[in-house]
Design a binder for this molecule. Structure first.
Ligand code: WQD
Length: 342
């Protein structure tokens, strides 16, 4: 069974390819390498002993997308990661995000209809919930107005997929709403590789600890939370990757309850920024340099998942602890810098 992983050299994509190959699937990665490196394919081969097929492709290009699917008719399922995902950049360049993220999806769905590819897993996000009125958030919690064009592309994409599965009966889809993926594979051969200055908390922590950044700015400690800093549901990227394999199995074995299903992928537990820093200091032995600064516009105060539905329906539960997440992120940062003599 061949699985197409779009954006498969990216952070979550590469970890998912490892888990798919470990479960015996054949994988073809299609990625435009706009935010990832081709070396990731070598690392995946080192980890699994199997080299995935790779093609450089931008799915927002209609003709090239069609040609790709025309010559790859044996795809049993698609896991669609390929999208721009920097919340801040999406505010500055909304049209770049709407064009790339939505044109890519529409091209893929058109080709699924044309070439009778029946299954798609979509990489969605907890950002669709905005600042929830009630916590924890479950799949039927209200969708709030998106805080950014990035978050809006995820909301619109889910609606496009839903409407397509209503009109085209033979397409099955599962949207996976991630909370905050952090950490890296235990081999430290793959991990989060932000190009430029990281937006996200975990890579900024590890880059500060290794000396690439002077200090971490903690965006506000005057929130209505126990220690005043924002709370998020951090989930280990390998736990997240394994959920994607289960979602593919579910569709290939026609176990879905409908042809458009949604699952929250979180641990069900929230941690504050200061708690993440404390965990990192404990596992790394590094005293982290940080300063409390003003709030970051667009941040929600607190969000964490009710993970019961995924636990019960998919038989999947996040297993790794916060300390395992922060330690794996630190091991990856050290290995990456050593390998690149940084
Ligand atoms: C986490 C917390 C910041 C950086 C991300 C993705 C989004 C979605 C959800 C997948 C916040 C604080 C951060 C820093 C800080 N994932 N922080 N200093 O904003 O929850 O969103 O996860 O789709 O795509 O962007 O994650 O890591 O940026 O922030 O204090 O230098 O850490 O204020 O409270 P966020 P994040």
């Amino acid at each position: 069974m061949k699985i197409l992983v779009t954006g498969g050299t990216g952070y979550i994509g590469s970890h998912t390819v490892v888990e798919l190959q470990n479960k015996g699937y054949d994988v073809i990665i299609a990625d435009n390498l706009s935010n990832s490196h081709i070396d990731v394919v070598d690392s995946i081969e080192k980890i699994t002993g199997k080299r995935p097929e790779f093609i450089k492709l931008d799915f927002s290009e209609t003709e090239n997308t069609y040609k790709f699917f025309e010559s790859n008719k044996d795809i049993a399922a698609i896991i669609h990661f390929a999208a721009y995902k920097a919340v801040g950049e999406s505010v500055e360049k909304p049209l770049k995000y709407y064009r790339n993220n939505l044109f890519s999806l529409i091209n893929i769905l058109n080709c699924m209809k044309e070439f009778n590819i029946r299954n798609i897993v979509f990489s969605s996000s907890c950002t669709v919930y905005g600042q929830p009125d009630k916590l924890p958030v479950s799949e039927n919690s209200p969708i709030k107005e998106a805080f950014s064009p990035y978050g809006n592309t995820k909301q619109i994409a889910e609606e496009i997929i839903r409407d397509t599965t209503i009109s085209t009966k033979n397409i099955n889809s599962i949207a996976l709403r991630y909370f905050n993926p952090i950490g890296a594979h235990e081999t430290a051969l793959i991990g989060e590789l932000p190009l430029g200055v990281p937006n996200n908390l975990m890579p900024f922590i590890t880059q500060t600890a290794i000396g690439k950044r002077e200090f971490l700015r903690v965006f506000g400690n005057d929130y209505n939370t126990p220690d005043g800093t924002c709370i998020r549901d951090y989930i280990h990227v390998v736990d997240l990757a394994q959920a994607h394999c289960i979602a593919v199995d579910r569709m290939l074995n026609n176990k879905g309850k409908s042809n458009f299903e949604i699952f929250n992928l979180g641990t069900g537990k929230g941690y504050s920024v200061l708690e993440v820093i404390k965990s990192f200091e404990k596992v790394s032995g590094v005293k982290l340099k940080y300063k409390i600064v003003e709030r970051r516009p667009g941040d929600v105060e607190k969000v964490w998942a009710n993970a019961d539905y995924a636990n019960n329906e998919l038989g999947w539960k996040a297993k790794k602890s916060l300390d395992e997440m922060t330690l794996s992120a630190w091991n990856w940062e050290k290995a990456y810098n050593k390998k690149n003599n940084l």
